[in-house]
Design a protein around this ligand. Structure first.
Ligand SMILES: [Ca+2]
Length: 420
């Protein structure tokens, strides 16, 4: 039996076993690691709508090499889980895009205030044969369960947004990237063009938090990288005719897209291009255990679903199960760092050289969403040496660090933490 047939058999059984718990599997890779081992054997939905109890103590990023105090603000709108990204517009103005594609222009004063409310990400399309309208407005974002807006990226006045969209003809979902023009003085946003669509359209049921969708600017400002997850269809990842489980490189000038790397499971955490070292870093959720941070190189295969340092949820500790090598990464590009148990590895940001804290210079800060932690990761060359937990109690969805070393952290609980 060849390897592809083995994989197909494995996932057919895997899918069969998953049937009754499909909805619960959804947060599997971000599982609550505080549960006893016996309760961790099966997928458990652990997202808690209420944020953990607020402490009266000052909120601090606390490393053995220095601290930084944060102030907690509450978002002046409600976002659904998994929540959307934000952008810094300068002068304490921030733009938020919610999971369902509503855009909020806000300003940070004593509190975070809305300048202009929620316009949805839409475009006008021509009227059809049996339409009474010359054109109609179409919502772009397929916002259902765990699907929705996955990331944004602001380059000058262009806002690139990655989101799930519904293909009516194929009756399935795709990951799309579109460009919008941001009119900052008028706090408005306009659809400009569609940049990318993943292939093929994936029919329901699939796991909408496992589609990836992280965007980053690459070696120049007309090169974008996009991460795409396995849509919970792992058997499609090693298939070269799909864009499932791949990193895509998009040239904005030529609107040309190519597969850059493959073998990715769920890159819903972070994609980071280090302009100082020209390195592309990606964090991804493993199955049970095996959350990874990968240094992404052109043409390389990162192993999913053939190898993983984790295992699947429903086969406690089994290795070599139906041809898969668990607790092993042989024959494929190995992660630079792996987390057991899974921390729900999230977004990656770099601390710049500020003169304020030499010890943190050039280190990476990475969120552990399930672990409710922020980690400082010491980097030496391309080696990630250790991960130091520096802030706990917040489920951090998005991280930015400005040139002065100020942190901006957005959580899944409608919180916004900013350096004081
Ligand atoms: Ca891997």
């Amino acid at each position: 039996m060849n390897i592809r047939l083995l994989i197909s058999c494995f996932f057919a059984l895997h899918a069969f076993l998953l049937q009754p718990t499909m909805a619960e599997e959804s947060i599997a890779s971000e599982a609550d690691n505080t549960l006893p081992a016996s309760e961790q054997s099966y997928p458990i939905h652990v997202f808690k709508k209420d944020s953990p109890e607020a402490s009266a103590d000052p909120i601090k990023i606390t490393s053995i090499f220095g601290t930084q105090q944060l102030k907690l603000y509450h978002l002046p709108f409600e976002d659904g889980y998994p929540t959307g990204p934000f952008e810094m517009l300068g002068n304490q103005h921030f733009l938020f895009v919610t999971k369902c594609g509503e855009v909020y222009f806000t300003k940070l004063e004593d509190e975070l205030k809305i300048i202009k409310t929620g316009k949805s990400l839409t475009k006008f399309i021509p009227g059809g044969e049996d339409s009474v309208d010359e054109s109609r407005i179409k919502n772009l974002v397929y916002c259902k369960d765990l699907s929705g807006v996955k990331d944004s990226l602001l380059i000058n006045n262009s806002l690139f947004v990655a989101y799930t969209t519904w293909d009516e003809q194929q009756n399935g979902a795709r990951l799309a990237v579109s460009e919008f023009e941001v009119d900052i003085p008028n706090a408005d946003i306009l659809f400009k063009r569609e940049i990318y669509l993943s292939r093929p359209a994936i029919k329901e049921p699939f796991l909408g938090h496992q589609v990836g969708g992280k965007l980053v600017m690459g070696e120049s400002n007309h090169i974008l990288y996009l991460s795409i997850g396995d849509f919970s269809k792992p058997e499609r990842v090693q298939d070269k005719t799909t864009s499932i489980g791949k990193v895509i490189r998009i040239d904005l000038q030529r609107l040309n897209a190519e597969v850059y790397a493959t073998g990715i499971r769920s890159p819903s955490g972070g994609l980071f291009f280090d302009k100082e070292s020209n390195e592309l870093w990606l964090s991804e959720h493993g199955p049970r255990g095996g959350d990874e941070i990968n240094l992404i190189k052109k043409g390389k295969n990162y192993g999913w679903p053939i190898v993983s340092y984790g295992t699947i949820y429903e086969r406690d500790g089994m290795s070599n199960y139906y041809g898969n090598k668990f607790n092993n990464h042989e024959g494929f590009e190995k992660p630079a760092m792996t987390f057991l148990p899974s921390i729900g590895v999230g977004q990656i940001a770099k601390y710049p050289s500020t003169g304020k804290n030499d010890y943190w210079d050039h280190d990476y800060f990475v969120a552990g969403m399930a672990a409710l932690q922020l980690y400082r990761i010491k980097k030496e060359g391309t080696n990630l040496v250790y991960a130091e937990p520096v802030l706990s109690g917040y489920r951090i969805r998005a991280i930015k660090i400005d040139a002065q070393g100020n942190f901006y952290l957005k959580t899944d609980h409608n919180q916004f933490l900013v350096s004081e």
